[in-house]
Design a protein around this ligand. Structure first.
Ligand SMILES: Cc1ncc(COP(=O)(O)O)c(C=O)c1O
Length: 456
């Protein structure tokens, strides 16, 4: 039996709050009286809305709407999940809370689980905004768990979490959540199940929630029937073997409860990546197991939920399964084509990269370019750097800033993803080749030749 004492004090208090008025408003907006179509519906004489000009406005779409997403929208989302995530048990609309983007969802999750100062463990390299998303409002204490690239596929990576938990326990810091981004941003690879099983067992033993950020679940391109599985990228890097672990949503695990109490498992997905609609600010949190967790998220939903008009448009967008199926296939095929062009380019420049299979990015190693740039841009009192091992994160950030200011190319530096060593970067390859080629040429020419104004 799940006990809410794992939630933050604030979330527990919220659960005791009398929400009857909020529920009544939702009922009144979801079941509106109509003389002919719905004579038994609720006559809404409670919500302070001026309906006298109703014929002049777009009616339903401009009403307050439901803070957790209309039932129609959540039903359509559940159909997308059931069609594309292969869930073990069908997901229903009641297993879903819609949020205004996963960024906002992460803040809500932190606020429900963490009192200020409680820790969230995030394996690195990781999506650069996690730290602020969990900290800025909820004041959760983000603790990075550096995982060497060669351990990404290994079940032994749990030992890094164990060590971090020990350190934090000695400091009297409670760990409330582990965040697993699968498929991973920035690596573009998926976690092997044995590695996840060990992490889940560890979380279960220590009463820690696990959030699966599956925002790139449908942007998996390299296990397509048309992809060439024989292309082996292993020689391209000495760090990660090209094993092509297929993506499996945690929702699809029939044996989840052999590793963890499912009450501790949360899934996040949304429109931003897999549907290329980041401006809509629509995401969803799925938790078929723990209803009080979803209720806790709903209670704070009122502060920031999606506009009725977005609800209505997204609802129509997700209802068209024929369109969506072909959209997803086209998107994955385009990603694969762009990935192949970009990796051929990188290979021609001898740039190692993690052979990704999902997402719109590549994690590339530019430490040799950084060494050349560094020696071209030494401060007057600095001696030449002879080995890539001597490079620092300050060097990386200085080159990154020079690339942006003077090269006019924006890439993301490895440091912002909390990379373990300097010299990594994430580049986006989901850009038409014509433009991407200009960007790559400009980037590699700049790193080879640049002398910033401070150089001798
Ligand atoms: C792993 C990951 N999670 C969450 C987000 C934020 O998503 P949203 O646009 O829904 O706020 C991003 C965006 O880049 C991301 O890469």
């Amino acid at each position: 039996m799940f006990k809410e004492d794992l939630f933050s004090k604030s979330a527990r208090k919220n659960l005791e709050t009398d929400l009857s008025t909020a529920h009544a408003i939702v009922e009144a907006t979801n079941n509106v009286y109509h003389k002919i179509d719905n004579p038994d519906g609720v006559l809404n004489l409670g919500v302070a809305v001026n309906k006298l000009q109703e014929d002049l406005v777009l009616q339903k779409d401009l009403d307050y709407g439901d803070p957790i997403g209309s039932s129609e929208l959540r039903d359509n989302i559940s159909k997308v999940i059931n069609r594309h995530f292969n869930p073990y048990k069908d997901i229903s609309l009641d297993d879903i809370v819609v949020v205004n983007g996963i960024t906002s969802g992460l803040d809500k999750i932190a606020s429900v689980l963490c009192d200020p100062g409680d820790a969230i463990l995030i394996p690195t390299p990781c999506y650069s905004s996690f730290e602020l998303d969990f900290y800025l409002q909820a004041k959760a204490n983000v603790q990075f768990v550096p995982i060497p690239l060669h351990d990404f596929n290994s079940a032994n990576q749990v030992s890094y979490y164990e060590k971090k938990l020990k350190e934090l326990t000695q400091l009297n810091i409670k760990v409330k959540l582990i965040v697993i981004c699968n498929p991973n941003n920035p690596l573009g690879v998926c976690y092997p199940k044995p590695a996840l099983q060990e992490i889940l067992k560890f979380a279960d033993q220590n009463n820690i929630f696990v959030l699966f950020d599956e925002i790139y679940a449908l942007s998996v391109y390299r296990n397509l029937p048309c992809s060439d599985p024989l292309l082996d990228y292993s020689q391209n890097n000495d760090l990660v073997s090209d094993v092509l672990v297929p993506f499996e949503s945690v929702l699809s695990w029939c044996d989840l409860d052999s590793f963890i109490d499912p009450n501790l498992v949360i899934v996040a997905h949304g429109l931003s990546k897999d549907f290329c609609l980041n401006g809509f600010r629509v995401g969803w949190i799925i938790c078929p197991w723990n209803k009080s967790f979803l209720t806790s998220i709903s209670t704070i939903g009122e502060f920031s939920y999606i506009a009725g008009i977005a609800d209505s448009i997204v609802c129509k967008f997700l209802a068209d399964s024929t369109f969506l199926d072909s959209f997803i296939t086209t998107m994955q095929t385009n990603l694969l084509t762009s990935f192949e062009k970009t990796t051929s380019y990188l290979t021609s420049k001898n740039v190692p990269f993690v052979p990704g299979m999902a997402g719109s990015f590549l994690w590339i190693n530019i430490k040799h370019q950084l060494l050349i740039w560094k020696n071209n841009n030494l401060n007057p009192n600095e001696s030449p750097v002879l080995d890539t091992n001597q490079l620092t994160f300050d060097d990386e950030l200085a080159m990154w800033s020079d690339i942006l200011q003077n090269g006019r190319i924006y890439i993301t530096s490895g440091a912002s993803f909390h990379s373990m060593e300097p010299g990594w970067a994430r580049i986006i390859f989901a850009i038409p080749w014509e433009t991407l080629k200009v960007g790559l040429d400009r980037l590699f020419d700049f790193m080879a030749k640049s002398h910033s104004s401070k150089s001798l």
